[in-house]
Design a protein around this ligand. Structure first.
Ligand code: FAD
Length: 454
């Protein structure tokens, strides 16, 4: 970065707002395990006005800006791969307003998802979006990726909770979208446009987020199955029976190998089971539900059914699902990921086809949200193997299957750089040109996270 710009920025904002040298490593990567690049500098604003000022200056001087939340993204979105300054929202972590009448909070973009959850739970309320990175990912990052999570099947994704937000556009102007209102048919819905925009349209500075009353007690079930089809039929039966399930997650047998090694314990029936289903039910204490779940498990040939009704056993049952990404990371040099989404009825077919690509040298492990068709495919470049895998070729094969089945390349993680080359298989050039024009309106100088999404 030019010395003249450095001194100008330091003078304008104070030297404590920037890191120009000895940039900490954490700003050079995200959780993709694949993308790494140090930014030219890091900007640490404390309020919206500083962001607005900074964007105005960047627009004039053509400085690229890479917005960053908790850095837990898995698509390279928050990594400055094409140069520029990382704008970290970590100091913007205040809960500004708690409104029990309108059942909403106003938060700065850098509030950690899990901290908002605890704040609300202490007051008897609940914020449902639950990306499994909730203890470190930020609300701003969750909005920018439209994060989902296991409970999306019952409660929806981040966009369903954003009532309004403040966005500083690439022109250094502020727009407020929405507000404390529960209905909105007042022109184009810019809230929804910003959800999933991955820092390419503006920097989210604060948001009005709705919350709901705390749900009932939860019970977690672990069901091993001989095949994925049976697990899928269990899910469909449970939904048809209108049982109040809040999550259906699965892991396949390849994933089980790594999680068992990582946890240093075996999962029950792992020598036979090809699929484990983790199911969470919201429970009013009525035994009828438990009896029905057991009946459905039997009907669909589950090898057994394990039930957790207290926090400790619940955590133990969930552990295998929750730690899975860490297990892959432990045994791999790189993990190439795709969180594809296919119609629910096609999940079993998708996994079968994907397994045909998997081999001992290059395992392809699947897990994810079996209830909504959002499957996390992980191609493992193992530490023990010399061979460097051609991940692009394999991802391409997988994306072709997704396309054939009527799905899309991402259900919740976003595109970033990881999946951008596959977009043209899914969207016409006219469709993509509309996106590009929309970006141009909000970011005419292409300074906001350029090179991401498309
Ligand atoms: C162990 C693990 C489990 C995960 N589980 C899930 C899951 O269940 N569901 C799920 O959806 N995701 C999951 N993720 C992925 C990731 O946590 C989510 O994408 C999350 O929403 C990213 O939030 P973040 O604050 O870390 O954002 P970052 O990684 O910092 O940024 C992500 C993107 O958002 C942009 N951005 C960040 N803040 C702003 C802002 N204020 N304004 C504009 N743009 C911004 C960045 O430029 C980037 O493009 C998981 C990740 C890990 C490591």
């Amino acid at each position: 970065m030019k010395a003249s710009i450095v001194s100008y920025l330091e003078k304008k904002f104070g030297s404590n707002k920037f890191i120009f040298s000895e940039i900490p490593e954490k700003y050079s990567y995200d959780e993709s395990t694949v993308y790494k690049c140090f930014p030219e500098a890091v900007f640490l604003p404390e309020n919206e006005e500083e962001i607005r000022e900074f964007i105005k200056i960047s627009k004039e001087r053509k400085i690229k800006i890479v917005p960053r939340g908790g850095g837990t993204g898995v698509c390279g979105g928050a990594v400055a791969l094409f140069g520029g300054i990382v704008l970290s929202t970590e100091k913007m972590n205040k809960i500004i307003d708690f409104d029990e009448i309108n059942l909403c909070v106003e938060v700065q973009a850098g509030v950690v998802n899990g901290e908002l959850k605890v704040f609300l739970e202490d007051r008897g309320y609940y914020y449902p979006p639950d990306p499994q990175s909730y203890d470190t990912s930020f609300i701003g990052g969750n909005i920018a990726t439209n994060a989902g999570g296991p409970r999306a099947i019952r409660y929806g994704t981040t966009k369903d909770y954003v009532m309004g937000l403040n966005l500083v556009t690439g022109e250094g102007k502020i727009i407020n979208t929405g507000g404390k209102v529960y209905k909105y048919s007042s022109g184009y819905n810019l809230n929804e446009l910003v959800c999933g925009s991955e820092g390419t349209l503006g920097v989210i500075t604060k948001a009005i987020i709705r919350f709901i009353p705390l749900p009932l007690k939860r019970i977690v079930f672990l069901l091993p199955f001989l095949n994925l089809e049976s697990a899928m039929l269990f899910v469909l039966d449970a939904q048809r029976a209108n049982l109040p399930f809040s999550a259906f997650e699965f892991i396949d047998d390849t994933a089980v190998n790594y999680i068992e090694k990582f946890l240093k314990r075996s999962l029950p029936f792992s020598e036979r089971a090809k699929c484990y289903l983790f199911a969470e039910l919201e429970w009013d204490g009525n035994d009828r539900y438990l009896e029905e779940v057991e009946k459905l498990a039997k009907k669909n040939n589950s090898l057994d059914i394990f039930v957790a009704t207290d926090r400790v056993s619940e955590e133990r049952l969930w552990e295998a699902r929750k730690k899975i990404s860490y297990a892959f990371k432990e045994y791999s040099k790189k993990v190439y990921k795709a969180d594809v989404v296919v119609p629910r009825g096609k999940i079993a077919h998708f996994i079968k086809k994907t397994k045909e690509i998997s081999s001992e040298n290059m395992p392809v492990a699947c897990f994810g949200h079996i209830g909504d068709g959002n499957i996390h495919v992980n191609i493992l470049e193992l530490k023990e193997n010399e061979r460097v895998i051609d991940a692009k070729k394999i991802l391409n094969l997988i994306m072709n299957i997704v396309k054939e089945l009527g799905g899309y390349p991402s259900g919740e993680h976003g595109i970033g750089v990881a999946k951008k080359e596959f977009l043209k298989n899914f969207f016409s050039s006219y469709h993509i040109s509309i996106w590009k024009k929309m970006k141009k309106v909000l970011d005419p100088n292409n300074i906001l996270n350029p090179g991401k999404i498309f």
